[in-house]
Design a protein around this ligand. Structure first.
Ligand SMILES: [Zn+2]
Length: 189
């Protein structure tokens, strides 16, 4: 009975440890700050790469001081938040792909596509974004996101091996990016 209790405690602690490691690797928490001049210029150069104009007011841009590679659109205040690693390390083209995706989210919202539908068919947002920026830019961005996802595995494979929740997240993200690359390529065939 004591052994069973110890085993149960171990399982609970192990599940908890999995969540901690997963958060450590994939967490996007952090404060959002106003873009500095350097980054404002990078955003402008990335926006100039777009092949089509947007049919709504230009959003405000913010930088999130965090460790993950990601971006978010907030429809209520017409704002796009870009994570610091993305704005710092992505090329202008890769950043244009990120902005294309987020602007497509805002466009979809204006077209009354629900958030649930946008997430269920996330690849459609990439296709819409590719129509705005170009196929080349969107594929570049998706490949870079795939690369960053793989880098996370390369540098933390040991942790992921012992705490498989992160490994699962890595694998699901990988499959998702591969799927979205295929869908964007198919769309322009
Ligand atoms: Zn999205």
């Amino acid at each position: 009975m004591v052994r069973l209790k110890l085993f149960a405690i171990f399982i609970v602690l192990y599940c908890f440890a999995n969540i901690i490691v997963d958060l450590k690797l994939y967490s996007c928490v952090g404060p959002a700050v106003v873009v500095s001049d350097v980054y404002a210029n990078k955003i402008k150069v990335a926006r100039d790469l777009f092949i089509k104009p947007i049919n709504f007011p230009e959003p405000k841009y913010r930088i999130k001081i965090t460790q993950c590679y990601n971006a978010w659109a907030s429809y209520q205040d017409n704002t796009i938040v870009i994570s610091e690693p993305v704005i710092k390390n992505f090329s202008t083209k890769e950043l244009a792909g990120i902005l294309g995706h987020e602007l497509a989210h805002i466009q979809a919202d204006k077209q009354k596509v629900s958030v649930a539908d946008q997430i269920d068919n996330h690849w459609k947002i990439d296709v819409m974004g590719a129509e705005l920026t170009s196929k080349e830019v969107m594929i570049k961005k998706l490949n870079r996101m795939l690369e960053e996802n793989d880098n996370l595995f390369k540098t933390n494979g040991f942790l992921m091996y012992y705490f498989p929740l992160s490994y699962l997240e890595h694998t699901l993200s990988r499959d998702d990016f591969m799927f979205r690359i295929k869908k964007v390529n198919d769309h322009f065939k």
